[in-house]
Design a protein. Structure first.
Length: 105
């Protein structure tokens, strides 16, 4: 046993490999290519949920953070084009106008 490599009898055989054809048909983009991150949930709904990025500020229980912290997170979420989760117990009234997307538990 050495610090690099594995014994030859432990190497995978061709029968052990599965090639995903779809991944080979569409080449991945290079790191300098712009990629859209917009996400629309329920595009056929009366009021679809539209986010600029598919991320949102995670749930934090009411009282776990100060009112100022929650307002700051809501403002940041709005500037980033996403939403914030209310957490248990709801959210501060001051943070509601800061973001148009609030996910509630």
């Amino acid at each position: 046993m050495t610090s690099m490599g594995v014994p030859r009898h432990l190497l995978p055989h061709w029968d052990d490999l599965q090639i995903m054809v779809a991944q080979m048909a569409t080449k991945p983009l290079l790191e300098d290519v712009a990629v859209g991150t917009e996400l629309v949930i329920g595009p056929q709904a009366k009021k679809p949920l539209k986010l600029k990025i598919p991320l949102f500020v995670s749930d934090m229980s009411f009282g776990a953070l100060s009112e100022e912290a929650k307002v700051s997170l809501a403002t940041g979420a709005e500037l980033a084009g996403t939403g914030i989760c209310s957490g248990e117990g709801g959210c501060f009234q001051k943070s509601k106008p800061q973001t148009h997307v609030t996910f509630t538990n």
